[in-house]
Design a protein around this ligand. Structure first.
Ligand SMILES: Cc1cc2nc3c(=O)[nH]c(=O)nc-3n(C[C@H](O)[C@H](O)[C@H](O)COP(=O)(O)OP(=O)(O)OC[C@H]3O[C@@H](n4cnc5c(N)ncnc54)[C@H](O)[C@@H]3O)c2cc1C
Length: 424
């Protein structure tokens, strides 16, 4: 795989820059610049999606036949890099990056014809109903029941940690349709209209004080059988396929954006009268993070090559997910250290769009602490880092996962006396 940019790549980059310079209004740039979480505020995300959709660029990774751009792997990468460089708002991943590819892989022709154009245009906003209280890592133990009744299923139960359920009008969900046999073999995949009678959405506020998560309750909710994707009791295959897409993102683009911000802040920060950017310790840390980011970039391009050849991302998306999440958390930590005392100032108002007073401390440092807090979730959401490592061990390395001692298992398996000695 030759990763050097060609003359066409340079021309493509210039064309994308020209488009972004025109299409990104000051409001949208401010929204992108002030994003402190994986999720953009909904209004800016949808406004940006509509602009991209009008240009035919809302889903560059989709096959062209379903509304993708037909760009090469390099072009898709350049587009993501340029969007991050220009501080474009992030798009909502549950619709474009998860539900869309899942329907392309597993939907019937009628489902594709109905839902895909609505995902692209933003007519529907999707949320993901997988996790339940007690069923996260052990997802197949889920208990939300769907019982067939005429042309419908009747759904009862609850989903938790449902990101953006408060904005979504549709949910893709895993439900239990059989209780006998292997637990994975009694699960079906449903598309649920969030405006159906019997659905209640309760907010959960995160450590950064932001409402992104929810618990969703289903009380005799009727879902048409035609909204089932895949065969009854075969939803687990659909769920796993979708997870590969969820776990793969071009996360290195966000990482680079964070490193650039930290370096710029270090240029203006003084430590013992010297510029922090020249400090040997700082230079070592930022270089290590930059090298780790380059390694992630290369692996991402391998996954993109797979997608370009019409294959799903594969188990390597788990490797990337864990690497990306952990490197991002280290970068966030460095960012908070560089912002120093200014990171401690709680100023949520300054992150609101249109805020026109001066923030406490440099504007560049404003997002570092909220991002640090929000990104603690990166090693949990979409499957914790331990679970991603288990998948890598099993699917890529062929290792029996019971032999792997993750910190979690090590803590559980080590006798208490030895554990006390080791922790001294
Ligand atoms: C910010 C955020 C957004 C989310 N959004 C959504 C969403 O939109 N939709 C949705 O369905 N879910 C969502 N989730 C839920 C997420 O998928 C789960 O939190 C995740 O799968 C972990 O499950 P759990 O929270 O039940 O933790 P548990 O499964 O209880 O895990 C607890 C700890 O035990 C470890 N552990 C568990 N099993 C093993 C094992 N076999 N080997 C080694 N270690 C193990 C885990 O790594 C973890 O450290 C979100 C979570 C977060 C934090």
């Amino acid at each position: 795989m030759d990763m050097r940019p060609s003359r066409e790549d340079h021309a493509f980059r210039a064309m994308v820059r020209g488009f972004l310079a025109e299409a990104l209004t000051p409001d949208l740039r401010e929204a992108g610049r002030k994003r402190t979480s994986l999720w953009q505020d909904i209004d800016s995300a949808m406004a940006w999606q509509r602009i991209l959709h009008a240009r035919g660029w809302a889903a560059p990774d989709w096959p062209e036949a379903h509304g993708g751009t037909g760009w090469s792997l390099g072009q898709r990468y350049i587009f993501a890099q340029e969007c991050a460089r220009a501080e474009a708002p992030a798009l909502i991943p549950m619709s474009l990056r998860m539900c869309g590819p899942m329907l392309i892989g597993y939907g019937t022709d009628a489902q594709k014809a109905h839902w895909l154009p609505r995902i692209l245009s933003g007519a529907d906003i999707w949320c993901q109903g997988y996790s339940e209280p007690g069923s996260g890592s052990d997802l197949a133990s889920l208990q939300t029941r769907a019982v067939a009744a005429g042309d419908d299923y009747v759904v009862n139960g609850t989903k938790i940690w449902t990101s953006y359920a408060q904005h979504a009008n549709m949910m893709f969900a895993l439900v239990r349709t059989a209780t006998e046999g292997k637990k994975q073999e009694g699960i079906s995949f449903l598309l649920i209209d969030m405006t159906s009678p019997g659905i209640t959405v309760k907010p959960i506020v995160n450590i950064a004080g932001v409402h992104e998560l929810n618990q969703v309750f289903f009380d005799d909710v009727r879902v048409p059988r035609e909204n089932r994707v895949g065969e009854e009791n075969d939803g687990w295959s659909v769920a796993k396929y979708l997870l590969e897409f969820e776990r793969f993102s071009m996360g290195s683009v966000d990482l680079r954006r964070t490193l650039t911000k930290i370096e710029a802040l270090a240029e203006t920060t003084r430590s013992d009268g010297r510029r922090l950017a020249n400090d040997a310790g700082f230079r070592r840390q930022i270089s290590e993070l930059s090298i780790a980011t380059t390694a992630i970039e290369v692996s991402e391009q391998r996954v993109l090559a797979n997608l370009g050849a019409g294959k799903p991302p594969g188990a390597v998306s788990s490797l990337l997910n864990a690497q990306n999440a952990e490197t991002m958390q280290q970068a966030d930590m460095l960012g908070v250290e560089v912002a120093a005392y200014y990171a401690a100032a709680l100023q949520p108002g300054a992150l609101e769009l249109g805020y026109n007073a001066s923030p406490i401390g440099p504007e560049l440092g404003l997002t570092l602490m909220p991002t640090y807090l929000s990104n603690r979730m990166k090693t949990i959401a979409g499957g914790s880092s331990e679970i991603q490592r288990n998948i890598v061990a099993k699917a890529i390395l062929g290792v029996n996962q019971h032999l792997i001692l993750t910190p979690y298992r090590r803590a559980k398996l080590t006798p208490p006396l030895l554990r006390r000695r080791l922790s001294r």
